[in-house]
Design a protein around this ligand. Structure first.
Ligand code: FDA
Length: 312
């Protein structure tokens, strides 16, 4: 089974963008328990508790304040404030260097309203993160935003050279982007990609997505940057290990990454094996889009949801 073999995937990903369904789902009491499998909670203290537990287990974290497709600048400002507050909490934690990171979605910072607003908001967050010694990585959203996102990342890297970003292996352009972003201090989180994308820009077959992932990973591992291998797929995890050895990389020069609540035992195994492993920890009340993408990516996740509805 792989990322694109779920026949309901396109419908679920379309539903992930429906405000009407979001309203209906948010009112369903049963959903909360399911959401909690993938989301660390609604409040910052919930996120901090999850972070401390993960860091104490030897894992690294990247916290995402949930929200996307913001069309209102006050909402974008609220997102900035949430990150600034979280970074303040980070600064009081006794955690190993590198272990704390934040992940940002530019669409939550106002990219859909005005590019310069998203840029200014991201800059405010990057400045605070630099002050407290925390890494920042910019998430990848749907393909219509890729050029804008990468151009904002390039601009910010002039002042914040350690700013990382996500590249999605399902996009046909990504192999080329990996060449650009494999230089010194480049931090690239390589994932398969979670949105509904047309065949004109994205590979559709799971095997083609995996092949693209492996090609992109090889470019990053052979480069001089810091690859972040974001996948739960054993084939991708094995390929990372192979390429890292072939390139003579030290385990500290790259890392594995998985999502909160997914393959916990495998996360622990990698840590026990001496690997660096970061968990992406989402929190906040705007969980709908994130949650629907998790349902779309794995029939087992969807079945769990359906079963809980019929057994109510
Ligand atoms: P995929 O879903 O194809 O699964 C492959 C195999 O992994 C399965 O066959 C199974 O063997 C194993 N597996 C998966 N889930 C399992 C489970 N629950 N239990 C046991 N085995 C399991 N996307 C995006 O578009 N933009 C972004 O910014 C990000 N950011 C991001 C950060 C991080 C840290 C991660 C891990 C992922 C993302 N993603 C993302 C999501 C990503 O694009 C993708 O949708 C998911 O990671 C699923 O793809 P996988 O590579 O994990 O494998």
């Amino acid at each position: 089974t792989t990322v694109l073999n779920n026949p309901l995937r396109p419908a679920l990903l379309a539903a992930a963008r429906s405000p009407r369904l979001e309203g209906a789902m948010s009112r369903m009491r049963i959903t909360r328990k399911l959401v909690d499998r993938f989301v660390a909670g609604e409040s910052e203290p919930d996120a901090v508790a999850a972070v401390l537990a993960l860091v104490n287990s030897g894992r690294f974290v990247s916290v995402d304040y949930l929200g996307e497709d913001t069309v209102d600048s006050a909402q974008a400002q609220a997102t900035v404030d949430a990150y600034l507050s979280l970074l303040q909490s980070y600064s009081t934690m006794d955690a190993a260097p590198r272990s704390l990171e934040i992940s940002l979605k530019l669409s939550a910072l106002g990219q859909g309203i005005d590019r310069s607003l998203a840029l200014a908001n991201a800059r405010t967050i990057c400045a605070k993160a630099e002050q407290v010694g925390v890494w920042v990585t910019v998430d990848a959203e749907d393909h219509t935003s890729t050029d804008s996102t990468l151009s904002i990342v390039r601009e910010l890297r002039v002042d914040f050279p350690d700013l990382g970003t996500v590249l999605q292996a399902y996009l046909k352009r990504t192999e080329q982007d990996c060449h650009e972003f494999s230089g010194p201090r480049s931090r690239i989180r390589l994932c398969k990609g979670a949105y509904n994308e047309p065949a004109s820009v994205a590979f559709q077959k799971p095997v083609d997505v995996s092949d693209s992932y492996v090609r992109c990973l090889q470019i990053l591992m052979e480069g001089d940057g810091y690859p972040m291998v974001a996948s739960h797929d054993p084939e991708m995890i094995d390929a990372a290990d192979r390429f890292a050895r072939a390139a003579g990389r030290d385990v500290s020069s790259y890392e594995y990454q998985m999502l909160y609540g997914i393959r916990d035992a495998e996360q622990a195994r990698l840590v026990a094996d001496g690997k660096q492993l970061r968990v992406y920890v989402p929190y906040g009340n705007q969980w709908y889009g994130y949650f629907m993408r998790r349902l779309a990516e794995r029939p087992a996740n969807l079945m769990f949801f359906v079963r809980s509805l019929v057994s109510r």
